[in-house]
Design a protein around this ligand. Structure first.
Ligand code: ZN
Length: 297
């Protein structure tokens, strides 16, 4: 196949994708552990309804000093420390006051948030950064590779706050808690998976705040090489507690339903640390194959 025909296929698929107004295709289908997924079903699973995106999920302790303060389908995590708090993902700007309430419900002060981090430069995860900064004066730390995409997220024309640019492997420390920023590009150029260690019940646990690993359609050659690196890297991260920027990525609702005083913490789930990555990698490979097959026609 000639390069020009491959380019034409990309252009065609991109045109179809934009004509569908970001509704991803219902093929290819992949089956992982008996469950079948398509690009469309994965997006629907991640986002839920408009109401799911904006309704608070019961704020709760995940483990150690990590708490969930997001909505039913958009994750926001609070990491508390004696020197103030770290917030991962502001989500949509219209959710910021909801997150603030969830933080208060847990007995913490939103105004004590000192550092705001994000998993990736899409509006459903980082549109609210400017408002969070306005309300808390937090420092906004972002992965260098996501800066151009973040600068384009300007709700109401407000410039996106960026106080410090991070590089792959950099550490962020506050009040004795250290988070490590791992560049896991593909979904966006600067998609960041955060890791930390927490103490709970006399034990240490590795917590992974995963970025989305959902491949866009079509997969460009640049994105293909980013994901090839990402899917290798993430599986090397120590992990006892898998979390994600959409709750469905780690089956949050079901796990939350199993939380019980005196019972093992359901969020400790080392066996399923890479389940979401398995789904997304299978889909990524299937999308590449489909693109090759379509280019041959
Ligand atoms: Zn996204």
């Amino acid at each position: 196949m000639r390069l020009s025909s491959l380019a034409a296929v990309f252009a065609f698929i991109a045109a179809v994708a934009s004509a569908q107004n970001a509704q991803p295709p219902d093929q290819p289908a992949v089956t992982v552990r008996g469950q079948t997924y398509t690009p469309r079903s994965i997006l629907a699973r991640n986002m839920g309804s408009e109401e799911d995106q904006t309704t608070a999920f019961a704020p709760h302790k995940v483990i150690g000093n990590v708490y969930y303060v997001g909505t039913r389908t958009l994750s926001s995590f609070l990491i508390t420390t004696p020197a103030g708090h770290i917030l991962i993902n502001s989500t949509y700007e219209r959710n910021v006051r909801t997150i603030e309430k969830s933080v208060a419900q847990l007995g913490f002060k939103f105004s004590d948030v000192r550092i705001l981090l994000g998993t990736h430069a899409h509006g459903d995860h980082q549109e609210g950064d400017a408002l969070v900064k306005e309300l808390t004066k937090a420092q906004v730390l972002v992965m260098q590779e996501d800066v151009p995409a973040l600068e384009a997220i300007k709700p109401g024309g407000k410039p996106h706050p960026i106080d410090r640019r991070l590089y792959d492997g950099e550490e962020v420390t506050l009040g004795g808690t250290t988070l490590v920023a791992h560049l896991t590009a593909g979904h966006t150029r600067g998609c960041t998976t955060w890791t930390t260690k927490v103490q709970d019940g006399g034990r240490t646990y590795n917590v992974v705040f995963a970025c989305s690993y959902r491949a866009p359609a079509p997969v460009s050659p640049a994105v293909e090489s980013e994901f090839n690196r990402t899917f290798k890297i993430i599986r090397t991260l120590p992990c006892d507690v898998p979390l994600g920027d959409h709750p469905a990525q780690y089956d949050m609702a079901a796990k939350y339903g199993r939380v019980k005083e005196g019972a093992p913490n359901p969020f400790v789930d080392a066996a399923n640390c890479w389940h979401e990555a398995d789904i997304q990698e299978a889909m990524f490979r299937a999308q590449l194959q489909l693109q090759k097959d379509q280019a041959k026609k």
